[in-house]
Design a protein around this ligand. Structure first.
Ligand code: ADP
Ligand code: ZN
Length: 216
């Protein structure tokens, strides 16, 4: 089963994917997390990607597509978080899946007003060690600045600064939002309102996943 979570930065894709992957046994493929890990260990992909992440731009499609292609295997159960992000990546994914005899089972677009996305990115904090996502208002770590899971340092992601998150939202509108039109006519396309609490959004996403599983 292949599931795509689409949504603006700040819409909660990462938070939701972490819990859904655990609940349903998906492999969580989060391109942003992968890039951050590659940057941390200064691999050749990391070195190529770092300036783009820092400035809130997209990493070039060819780099992203090649990286994802190296991670998708026949028969795997994947939850794609943050990929595809452009039409070219969507086409790249289609041919990747065709090659391994697979197809997309579910595409969920998480909808959220821009003002709320900005608010969420400003209050988001992330563990520098394991990538766990927190929020100073709605989901603080038990001890301030310390990750509940790995005791790593909980910090603000460099690209969650006010100027860079605004830039990322513009990039989303220009390059990623058009994917809604690309996927909208598919029977596998669903929209879920991302404005309620994380628990409520998770319940709505679970209901959609259950319905797809039941129909398979
Ligand atoms: P968010 O969804 O909150 O913006 P991510 O962690 O998914 O955060 O992405 C962070 C950054 O990683 C993006 O701004 C971009 O630079 C890079 N990135 C992640 N996924 C992709 C992708 N599919 N294509 C190009 N760049 C990507
Ligand atoms: Zn951690």
């Amino acid at each position: 089963m292949i599931v795509i979570l689409l949504g603006s930065p700040g819409s909660g894709k990462g938070t939701q994917s972490q819990s859904l992957a655990q609940k349903y046994g998906f492999k969580h493929l989060a391109t942003g997390d992968i890039f951050r890990a590659e940057i941390k260990s200064q691999t050749s992909i990391g070195v190529k990607a770092q300036d783009y992440l820092k400035s809130g731009k997209l990493v070039p499609d060819s780099i992203v597509i090649e990286m994802v292609a190296g991670k998708i295997e026949t028969g795997g159960k994947y939850l794609l978080d943050g990929f595809p992000r452009t039409l070219e990546q969507a086409q790249g994914l289609d041919s990747m899946l065709k090659r391994i005899g697979s197809s997309i089972d579910l595409i969920v677009f998480l909808t959220l007003p821009k003002e709320e996305a900005i608010r969420r990115m400003a209050s988001r904090r992330t563990c520098a060690g394991c990538g766990e996502v927190y929020n100073v208002i709605s989901r603080p770590p038990k001890a301030a600045g310390v990750c509940d899971k790995c005791s790593g340092q909980v910090v603000q992601r460099e690209d969650d600064s006010e100027a860079t998150s605004a830039k990322r939202l513009m990039v989303f509108e220009d390059l990623t939002h058009p994917l809604v039109a690309y996927y909208k006519s598919e029977a596998t396309f669903h929209e879920v309102d991302a404005s309620p609490t994380p628990e409520k959004v998770e319940a709505a996403l679970s209901a959609v996943i259950e319905s797809v599983k039941a129909a398979r």
